[in-house]
Write a protein that binds this ligand. Structure first.
Ligand code: FO1
Length: 315
């Protein structure tokens, strides 16, 4: 029986499915490869927002409303910083701050991002493997109608307001995938590769832009299945639908599937979109994809695994 599942994951939406998969599978059977294109240095700290969102979701400490940061957070640091005239557009909660300080300290002492992430996972009691897409810096930049913006400047500071024209993932072409990420994608007992319901332009595309990761997925014999981040023409969370419209694309789940056609065998759409036509070579599976509760996360994880297993049997 093929046992190992690899999930490719961005921030908040992807983290919810990663959590569902972690509840559905024994820890040794799941690895999560996470986007690091959103990473940036802020106030002297190395911040990795998508790794943070995934780790907090897996540890069961994520804020349920914001999706990012920790629940039951306090904001004394931010208030004190504001009082000193410091930069306050990027919110760092008191408990969250500890994680960024610890990561920055360990990286400064020469540890790789993979090593630091493994340490933080252990400290947070996370048993599944969480792997950054690269230990080398890759930085997403957004071409907007106002010019180029660094990702967090666009996403948080400008609240995704300027219309987008293009994206680059600076450093991706020469970035190496960590050996552990390649090893899990190359496992002979791979059961499925799952592309989580993350933004296709700024969460999944940077992972696929790391050359070793894309080629390992293309070589994998296991089924590759993606889950829609779009339901009924609207993004579940974040700017995916707005970006599609600004890029002149149809805003639909099927249009997201088209972006992955060279990689995927299956695509999970929402029941609301059950009449959509799949692109050639891709099979659509429809189910309820909105993850409002913890139970939804687990149920969607089971549905995605069932679809992947079906694709694996017919392959
Ligand atoms: N997102 C926001 O919209 N506003 C914030 O102030 C903010 C702070 C923040 C701090 C730490 C962290 O790990 C994530 C944070 N995020 C914040 C989320 C994050 O920047 C984005 O959701 C992702 O980059 C997109 O996946």
């Amino acid at each position: 029986m093929n046992a190992h599942v690899v999930a490719l994951c961005g921030g908040v939406g992807g983290a919810k499915l990663a959590h569902g998969l972690a509840m559905a599978l024994p820890p040794a059977e799941l690895s999560v490869i996470v986007n690091t294109g959103d990473d940036f240095r802020h106030l002297g700290l190395d911040i990795c927002p998508d790794l943070d969102s995934v780790m907090y979701a897996l540890a069961g400490v994520a804020d349920p409303v914001r999706g990012w940061g920790r629940r039951a957070e306090t904001w004394s640091f931010m208030e004190a910083l504001k009082g000193l005239g410091g930069e306050s557009w990027f919110q760092l909660g008191d408990r969250d701050l500890a994680l960024h300080v610890e990561r920055t300290w360990r990286l400064a002492r020469g540890a790789t991002l993979s090593e630091v992430t493994a340490h933080l996972c252990q400290a947070l009691g996370i048993a599944v493997r969480v792997l950054p897409m690269s230990d080398d810096p890759v930085r997403t930049r957004v071409l907007t109608v106002e010019g180029w913006l660094d990702f967090q400047e666009y996403f948080v500071h400008r609240q995704c307001q300027p219309a987008v024209r293009d994206f680059v993932f600076a450093g991706a072409e020469s970035a190496q995938a960590p050996a552990d990420a390649l090893a899990v994608l190359e496992r002979p007992d791979l059961r499925a590769i799952i592309i989580c319901p993350s933004n296709p332009f700024v969460s999944v595309a940077p992972i696929l832009a790391v050359p070793g990761i894309r080629s390992a997925i293309l070589r994998a014999t296991a089924p590759v299945i993606a889950v829609t981040p779009i339901i009924g023409g609207k993004a579940i969370k974040g700017p995916a639908a707005k970006m599609m419209a600004e890029l002149g694309l149809e805003v639909s789940a099927a249009a997201v599937a088209c972006r992955y056609t060279d990689l995927i065998d299956g695509f999970v759409i929402d029941s609301d979109d059950a009449r959509s036509q799949p692109p050639p070579g891709v099979r659509f599976f429809s189910t309820a994809t909105l993850m409002s509760t913890t139970e939804d996360r687990l149920r969607l994880a089971w549905e995605v695994l069932k679809a992947a297993d079906l694709l694996g049997t017919v392959a």
